[in-house]
Design a protein around this ligand. Sequence first.
Ligand code: COA
Length: 153
Amino acid sequence: MIIITNASEEDLRQIYEVEIESFDNPYPYSLLKAYYFLSGDLFIVAKDEQGRIKGYSLGIIQYGYRGHVVSIAVRKSERKRGVGSLLLRELETRFKGKGCSHSYLEVNYKNEDGIIFYKKLGYIVVKLQVNYYGRGQHAFIMVKDLLDRTGFE
Ligand SMILES: CC(C)(COP(=O)(O)OP(=O)(O)OC[C@H]1O[C@@H](n2cnc3c(N)ncnc32)[C@H](O)[C@@H]1OP(=O)(O)O)[C@@H](O)C(=O)NCCC(=O)NCCS
């Protein structure tokens, strides 16, 4: 069984392991720790009953109305089993509970798996942000309406 819960400071080591195996340019441990203090209950983990971390996600609120998905990652061995979906849906629920009208994120334009994942979860590409991650490293900006308004696209 997978349990989605608030990250604790003790979880950060395992979260960092997930981060390292998930990204070519992982966030340093110190940045994850800073986000742990910044994000509050928008830093969440997926655990099994033994407390092993299967994945994490973290977000922040921008301008009081926009939930920003800062990061989401699932252990390689645990992917394609719905863990990422559970994490993202919970983060969106928490954004909505804090008054956000939509969820917003950047994803590397070459991260096909990530883009398919976000589209499956209802996100649409609204912009290509050129050189977002560095020269030649572009990002798609993707958004999702959290209020089920028609015509959002
Ligand atoms: C993106 C990521 C978080 C998805 O986590 P996950 O637990 O595998 O996702 P889910 O199992 O909930 O997948 C939900 C849907 O997304 C799509 N999807 C997810 N991974 C996919 C892949 N590798 N290829 C194609 N489609 C994929 C599928 O449509 C899937 O639904 P289905 O299983 O019914 O077909 C995970 O692949 C990951 O950690 N990647 C590395 C880090 C990353 O790129 N993060 C996102 C950018 S910040």
